[in-house]
Write a protein that binds this ligand. Sequence first.
Ligand code: AMP
Ligand code: MN
Ligand code: MN
Ligand code: MN
Length: 284
Amino acid sequence: MILRADLHTHSYFSDGQLSPTDLVTAAHAAAITHFALTDHDTLAGLPEARRQAEHLGLRLIDGVELSTQWTRATTKRAVSVHIVGLGMTDSAPLEAVLDVQKDIRARRAEAICEKLEKITKKPAWEAVLALAGGRAEGITRGHIAQWMVDAGIVSKMQQAFDRYLGEGKSAHVPLEWLPMADGVKAILASGGQAVLAHPTRNNLTSTALRHLLIDFKAAGGRAIELPAMNEPPATRGMINRLVKEHEFYVSTASDYHGAHMVWNKLGQVPSLAEGQVGVWELLG
Ligand code: AMP
Ligand code: MN
Ligand code: MN
Ligand code: MN
């Protein structure tokens, strides 16, 4: 059997479209052998995913994608960094952190919607909440961007980020997530491994990325995701060099959210380069 690992995906417990059951079924159909559900700041979809994975005989790794912020020592500037936790065995330490995160997420969503209601003169909150299945703590900017498309305010999700939701734009609400090192520590305390998600999607210069990797490793992070298939070869080359230099394990991931984000396909993951070792080797 060929190993195919997709260790970063979303269900409708965060901003994915599918239920955990349908997602696991689709993963099985896509010939994925090692699969992780990694909803934003919640473990709520895992029991359902586990039932379906056991039913189909698929290896499910418990996962989460934590929103954190990393403050660069030299500039004191905070940037948003996503950390994927994989293979947690006792979720209690992580749940304590997630309780705070869920609160931050719900309050930030309300603040963004309030700004958008003033700007667009359209009622945002109820519709956004409905898109998130009624779970305020699960609302992401993905849902808000989707509402802006549905309401005819923008024609594409990307436009919502470019014009309203991105950093410095009119409906942006500044970061207040937990520090990256605390996120990594909570994952480790729960028996999991911390993986730096989409390392080239944080709008960092290569120097800043180097500093981030040093801090991430110092906090206990041991793996980073390889760039998605649609990223340029030069990006992959840079990550390959950094993986080698810092002796990171690597993870392969689609960051699948559903058919509405046509650029990520479930199970469409890059291959490991020679000498690279998959993070699944660290998971029991
Ligand atoms: P949040 O965690 O609330 O800041 O929301 C971030 C989520 O928004 C990401 O996980 C993506 O799913 C989604 N997202 C970010 N940028 C874009 C984009 N340019 N187009 C569509 N969705 C995006
Ligand atoms: Mn998302
Ligand atoms: Mn992410
Ligand atoms: Mn993600």
